[in-house]
Design a protein around this ligand. Sequence first.
Ligand code: NDP
Ligand code: MG
Length: 404
Amino acid sequence: MRIKNLSILGATGSIGASTLQLVRLQPEHYHVFALSGHQQVEALAKLCLEFSPNYAVVSDPVSAKRLSTLLQERHCATEVLAGSQALIDIATDPLVDCVMAAIVGAAGLAPTYAALKAGKCVLLANKEALVMAGDLMMQAVKDAKATLLPVDSEHNAIFQCLPVNFLAPRLFPALNLAHHAADFGVTKIILTASGGAFRDLALDQFATISPEAACQHPNWQMGKKITVDSATMMNKALEVIEAHYLFGLAAAEIEVLIHPQSIVHSLVVYTDGSLLAQLGEPDMRIPIANAMAWPKRMASGVNTLDLVQAGALSFKTIDPERYPAFSLGYDALRLGGTAPCILNAANESAVAAFLSNRISFNAIAKVAREALNTLPIQAARDFDTIIGTDNQTRAYVEQYLNTL
Ligand code: NDP
Ligand code: MG
């Protein structure tokens, strides 16, 4: 196999770290072409010294200066770049084969979209990008014959359980495999949800949940934003939208069940009564390895699940009183157009406000609902419409927060 040039957007984060662990296992197959970080300049410098990428990107000139100094002191030849155009450049460079899209939130949209338009193989962790601009991103895959491989554990599980001919036209059209949807017998998919940090907390305690408590996940080690999203179940709302775009399924064909053990990562239900599931330890190195090596497989360094040790697996439906954010994903799909973009931006703003102790945990879902119900929804025509909606929503939420 030819060595693949990999750009990792969001290298200093949790997904970035897991991706680099896999690169360490297969240095003969992957060259780290570029790494990006945002605030953790020292951590990025350390990664540059280890992986010697051609480029390292940070968000602003001050961080770039600091990173350059740290690298020059250690005679590291990595070229340091700054700003949003630099992120696009490392995602679209002709030498790049694969892009790991692991920036959190809307900041990841522009480089991820650009990578797809450039026909790259994109390993997608940054679900917010797809939620914001799903139609545009899927159109870009088609037009540029790009490859889009889901890293989110549930979507990677579904990806593994669907026939390759079902997936090809949407996710890797260059393969040119025939698609006759009705022939595949897919009735629905079931995404599993751990239930997050407060799945057993008494409902009368929710008003006083602290940011520290919301940043502790019972099963997964992840960045702060997605950990809070798991606690509110907004993460699953976003994942319903993500599944809709990735697999071309209607809202009614996407179900969610709580599965506290996080062993069954999701399932596909077929018309003959078969359920295909992907099981494994809750460790993101498994779906990342699946996407990195696809269509082959690679060792991930994660122990194979011991079914006897895993014990009983349980499933239950979602209590809307505990998780008022969850149904907003379906609402946004029903409303269509820019509604998912509004939901995402409102949630990002609300989570940031919660993490800085400005609003309560319960207010997150309230803010997102308010934005979705109030702001005008347009057709998601082009990139500027998406960015305009994102900005408008953030400005609206900022004002609304002052009334709470
Ligand atoms: P982290 O918070 O751990 O990492 C986020 C990364 O994005 C960091 O490298 C951070 O840089 C960078 N970043 C943050 N803000 C900006 C910005 N404004 N501009 C450029 N870069 C920025 O998040 P995770 O790794 O947990 O999640 C990444 C994505 O993957 C999210 O979209 C999440 O939903 C998704 N995902 C994550 C899973 C997980 O297990 N962690 C599972 C499934 C999906 P720095 O740290 O240097 O500031
Ligand atoms: Mg997930």
